[in-house]
Design a protein. Sequence first.
Length: 224
Amino acid sequence: MGLVGLATIAAAASAVAVVTWWSRPLDATTFASASRMSPILFDARGYAVLGHAAFAFTIGVAAGLLVRRTVPAMAFTFVVFVAVQIVMPTMVRLHLATPVRLEAVITADSLSGVDASGPRWTVPGLQVEIGPPGAWILSNETVDSTRRAVDTLPAWVADCMTPEDPLGESTQQRCLGRLAAAGYRQVVTYKPADRFWLFQAMETAIFGMLSLLVGFCFLRIWPC
């Protein structure tokens, strides 16, 4: 079992090493969707996968010892591991470190779109990109002068849309100035990209401790 466990961890390490090497050009881009801090990509980078592999193997061994039937033990291991993979980014990793809060005035450079599909006197929302490159964006919302998140904006905000004609840039600038004067700001909460290796180390330690705990239980029930 020790040899199989080490082989499992080595195979996981080899796979993630290849994926990390292949994805290096993507990770170097500024696209938020390519951020290695995002929950989808975080587990496919770095060395946290070693802890994941050790935990999955230990759960499988313990389940096999308890259930003593191969297929049910595999099913139990799969369910537990998937559940932990969902809980980790949504409930644990989210709270490993205090997020950073950034508040900024909306400018032509940061404004990427205006949703002008609402009723006559409202604009449903804005698409604003102000988070730093590579960050894990937790929330990105427009707030008013009272610092409350807004669901709709006045109809005149539609003039802030990037004009197709260069002659319309003055209209956009006036709209953005009016938006700032009215107290509207964009607030982003995020986990910085430079915390990647810190989070990798913390998550590896968490899964390592879980593996030791399950392994201890495994040793305790072995005489049965």
